[in-house]
Each structure stands twice: as structure tokens, then as C-alpha cells.
Design a protein around this ligand. Structure first.
Ligand SMILES: [Zn+2]
Length: 366
């Protein structure tokens, strides 16, 4: 049995531009409406760095230009409707200032995993308190217990692990096996314990399993695939948006050690890029519905003999939820809804971790 957990990173463009209504509120409304039609559940990973800035802007300027009220209402409505809201942190927003219609971020704090313990603790504490204060009047049992770092950056993981557990966060969902980044953030998840089976993390290495680890990793489902598998209309749209809202390396704002020299690709390099396999995430905004169905079936095959339930964690971004995506996602939602004996929709809180841990631990994860 696989339980699909749809996580939605809820934020504006990475470079601090864009309308929070058009990129967060409006698409998430459409997504919630579509999910409700199929009985699907959404976990909104709310970027607290941005939302706290939007709130402060409204309080200080007396004008809610960044739609803080609509955002807060939407998060409350999601909880009321049986969906979930959990913690996402773009740390570079905590010191951001507003300038001429966009947010100038503090790039020295861009890589969450490389912040000091105290700074990280301050952000997590603030984010968790904000969500619980906002959402407990709607559901007194609401708890902020799940975390995702901006740009999946939880490596090195000593501080991340210790800060999260110190704040009562018991699940991280940033890791995707085979993932690698070098640049503004740096991580290598090649050795991650599993593509799908959650694990108790080693306190010094989030990718490694440890029997007495306090923090669980629920990996975003991933596979190693040839580059052709990445070609979808939605992904082309994402690349186009990325170019349009590029992070600008404004002088002085980026520490020298994270400005990388530009490399010219040789023909051999380009060819290698085409033939090499890359980390393909179950991204419900960038993959087509049919692609997601096939991936779900492959994951099911791997764990077909297991009678226990496993999470199949998908990732998405509200800013990418176009009308085309809405159309292409429908068949995937319908497919899950049509096979309740094999698949279901769910939330992180549906898994009794201590109980499930024993059975998951016995599975041959890869
Ligand atoms: Zn994000």
C-alpha cells in the first residue's frame, strides 16, 4: 500500500519578485478545489521567512500589499478542510528588506544548513510558534512537526538535526535520493538510505539510518533517470519562469565563496549530460499525470509484497500550478482515487511513527 503525500512549497519567486496572490493564494485555491474533488489531501509547506515579512510589511505600512490576510485565511481554511500546513524556511528572507516592489534577500543566510545553531534555532522556533498560534484556534490539536529547508539544503546536517528535534519537529522531508547540488547550496544525497522508505536519521548524517535517531526523514520520492524523462511542457514552463525571475548576483550581497566561475560546456560535456542519469523527483507540477502514474506503479512493484503502508512523498510549488498542470494532474488523482485497495491519499500525521518504524525497519530499503 502506498499513501500519496502531496507537499506544496508555498512561496513567491526565488529572487523575491512576484505577486503573492498570483503565485500563492490563487493557485493554491485551485489546487485545494481540485484535491477536494478526489478526496486528496494537501500538505502546504509554508515559507515562514516570506510570510512573516508580508505580515510585518502590512503592520508597518498599513497596507496589505503582500496579501498577508488572504494567506493566513487560506492556511486556516486548509486546516479546516482536513489538509495540513507545515514548516518551510527560506532563511534568506529573515533579514530581507523591501525595495521598489521586491524583496532584497540576505544571501549570506541563503544556505539554511550552513547557518549557526543559534540562528537556525531562532528561525525554526519563530516559524513553529507562528504556525501553531495561527492554526490552533482552528484545530486545537494542530502541531507543527514537519520541516523542509529551502532548496532542499539540510547538508551538513548536525545543526539541522539537533535544532529540529530541539523544537519538537520530528520529520524532515528535504532529502531526495540521488540529488546533488553545488553552488549557492551544497548537498549530495547519493548515499541516502532510501528513495521511499522513511528512516530514523543519524544525528551527524541525515542520509544515514540510525536505530535510535530522533528525527525521521520522509524522502521525496525519486528515481535516477535519463534526461529524456525530464522533458515535459510543465518543465519547459518552469525553466522559462526561472530565466525570467533569475536570482541576481547583486554586488556585495553574495559571499565570494558561493559565486561559482562559469564553465563552458564542451561537446563531450553536453553529450555526457545527455547520457548520464539524473535525480528525477515525483514533482506533481513538473511531471505529467501519466508519468506520475508510472512512477507510482514502479514504486508499488518494489514494495508489492509488503502489506504495510508506505508514504509516497510528492513535491510541488504553488507558483507553478498552471491551468495546464491542473489538467494534466487530474488523471493521476483519479487513478489513486480509483484504486483504494492499492493507494490512498494522506498526511504525515497518518503514520504512527513508533509503530510503523518497527515494520519499515524490517524492509529492504534502497
Ligand atoms: Zn521553497
Amino acid at each position: 500500500m502506498l499513501k500519496a503525500i502531496f507537499t506544496l512549497d508555498y512561496e513567491i519567486h526565488g529572487n523575491g519578485t512576484g505577486s503573492s496572490y498570483a503565485l500563492m493564494v490563487e493557485p493554491t485555491n485551485r489546487l485545494l478545489r481540485q484535491f477536494d474533488m478526489y478526496g486528496a489531501k494537501l500538505t502546504i509547506m509554508a515559507d515562514i521567512g516570506e510570510i512573516l515579512k508580508f505580515k510585518k510589511f502590512a503592520e508597518e505600512q498599513g497596507s496589505d500589499d503582500y496579501n498577508y490576510e488572504a494567506i493566513a485565511r487560506q492556511l486556516c481554511d486548509a486546516i479546516r478542510g482536513g489538509h495540513d500546513v507545515q514548516l518551510h524556511i527560506h532563511s534568506s528572507y529573515f533579514n530581507a528588506c523591501h525595495d521598489n516592489g521586491h524583496w532584497v534577500q540576505d544571501y549570506s543566510e541563503y544556505d539554511f544548513a550552513r547557518l549557526s545553531w543559534d540562528r537556525m534555532d531562532e528561525m525554526v522556533k519563530q516559524g513553529k510558534a507562528f504556525l501553531e498560534t495561527l492554526l490552533r484556534p482552528v484545530n486545537p490539536n494542530y502541531q507543527c512537526k514537519v520541516f523542509r529547508a529551502a532548496n532542499w539544503s539540510v547538508c551538513p546536517s548536525q545543526n539541522v538535526n539537533s535544532v529540529l528535534t530541539n523544537n519538537g519537529i520530528i520529520v524532515d522531508t528535504s532529502v531526495f535520493k540521488h540529488g546533488k547540488r553545488q553552488g549557492r547550496v551544497n548537498f549530495d544525497y547519493t548515499a541516502a538510505f532510501s528513495t521511499l522508505v522513511p528512516w530514523r536519521t543519524n544525528e551527524n548524517d541525515i542520509c544515514a539510518q540510525s536505530d535510535n535517531g530522533k528525527l525521521w526523514e520522509f524522502p521525496i520520492y525519486s528515481e535516477k533517470r535519463w534526461i529524456g524523462a525530464f522533458l515535459t511542457l510543465q518543465r519547459i514552463y518552469r525553466v522559462f519562469l526561472g530565466r525570467l525571475h533569475k536570482l541576481t548576483d547583486s554586488p556585495g550581497s553574495l559571499p565570494v565563496n558561493i559565486v561559482l566561475p562559469r564553465k563552458r560546456n564542451s561537446y563531450l560535456g553536453v553529450w555526457k549530460g545527455f547520457t548520464k542519469k539524473h535525480a528525477w523527483k515525483a514533482d506533481f507540477n513538473q511531471c505529467g499525470g501519466q508519468q506520475l502514474i508510472k512512477a507510482l506503479e514502479r514504486a508499488e512493484k518494489k514494495y508489492a509484497n509488503e502489506k504495510i503502508e508506505f508514504p509516497f512523498v510528492l513535491i510541488g510549488h504553488s507558483k507553478l500550478f498552471s491551468r495546464y498542470n491542473e489538467w494534466s494532474l487530474g488523471p493521476f488523482l483519479a487513478y489513486i482515487a480509483k484504486h483504494p485497495e492499492r493507494f490512498s491519499f494522506g498526511l504525515f500525521a497518518d503514520f504512527q511513527l513508533d509503530e510503523m518504524g518497527k515494520t519499515w525497519g524490517a524492509v529492504n530499503a534502497e
